[in-house]
Design a protein around this ligand. Structure first.
Ligand code: 5GP
Length: 122
């Protein structure tokens, strides 16, 4: 899929729409999800134009990839998610119901999060 520069996270990166910033590094930005699904729900995105994890892992430089991984862990600590534990989730493509076509990792925490997924047939 080609990158759409008009997606909402691209607009946040350009400062065209606001976000509640949590953390920023050279290649990554983290902010609170607008519609939180748990007491802690933060999104971490790369600043580069990558559609999803597949695109990022194939095309991003080693420096961008290292920065992004560190930014995810640093962000979790900024919001205190590591104290009780947290879940990372990144929806990639149609099967995963990805809504915003700019790579993002969700950090969920602040409560017991239950099982990962329903089993087939449940
Ligand atoms: P996805 O389903 O693509 O993994 O998740 C997209 C996430 O982006 C959703 O949790 C949604 O609430 C969040 N989101 C959508 N638009 C905005 C926005 O304008 N600002 C912020 N902070 N989050 C957004």
């Amino acid at each position: 899929m080609a990158y759409d520069p008009n997606n909402v996270f691209a607009k946040i990166l350009r400062g065209e729409i606001p976000c509640k910033k949590v953390h920023e590094s050279r290649h990554s930005l983290a902010f609170h999800d607008i519609n939180p699904l748990s007491p802690i729900h933060v999104l971490v995105i790369p600043k580069g134009a990558y559609v999803d994890f597949d695109d990022f892992s194939a095309r991003a430089s080693a420096e961008e990839q290292a920065d992004y991984i560190k930014a995810i862990g640093d962000t979790a600590r900024v919001v205190g998610a590591e104290k009780g534990g947290y879940r990372l989730l990144s929806n990639c493509g149609v099967n995963a119901n990805q809504e915003v076509p700019h790579l993002h990792v969700h950090i969920f925490g602040g409560r017991l999060l239950g099982r990962m997924l329903k089993k087939d047939g449940e």
